[in-house]
Design a protein. Structure first.
Length: 116
């Protein structure tokens, strides 16, 4: 079970990076944020082959999901309402929470030398 849990580290790193990318630039497209998050986390740490990386990045670019749809699914609408600051704080809080979890899981993975 611990091994399975530790395999989630790259996925959690991806979600954390996605939150940070969305928070960094409110005008960036979802495809850009997803591409950056994938390139800096899963592609880098899992050492995906070139073909796999290009396939994933192409699929991201062809995705019809928009930033607004994703934020709406997360119940964090990205509009110009008065509570925009609260929404940014929620994104930041998600990133920080995942930061704490990922760091601890990565340390545990390193202690037990669990690598794919």
């Amino acid at each position: 079970m611990a091994r399975t849990l530790l395999r989630l580290v790259p996925v959690l790193m991806f979600v954390r990076s996605l939150c940070l990318e969305l928070e960094k630039d409110a005008t960036a497209t979802l495809q850009h944020c997803l591409s950056e998050a994938y390139s800096t986390t899963i592609a880098k740490h899992n050492k995906h082959a070139w073909l796999v990386q290009k396939t994933v990045l192409s699929t991201i670019q062809l995705s019809s999901l928009t930033r607004e749809n994703l934020l709406h699914m997360w119940d964090v609408d990205d509009d110009d309402e008065p509570d925009v600051e609260l929404k940014e704080q929620r994104l930041h809080a998600c990133g920080r929470m995942l930061d704490m979890i990922v760091v601890q899981l990565a340390k545990l993975r390193d202690v037990y030398n669990i690598h794919e």
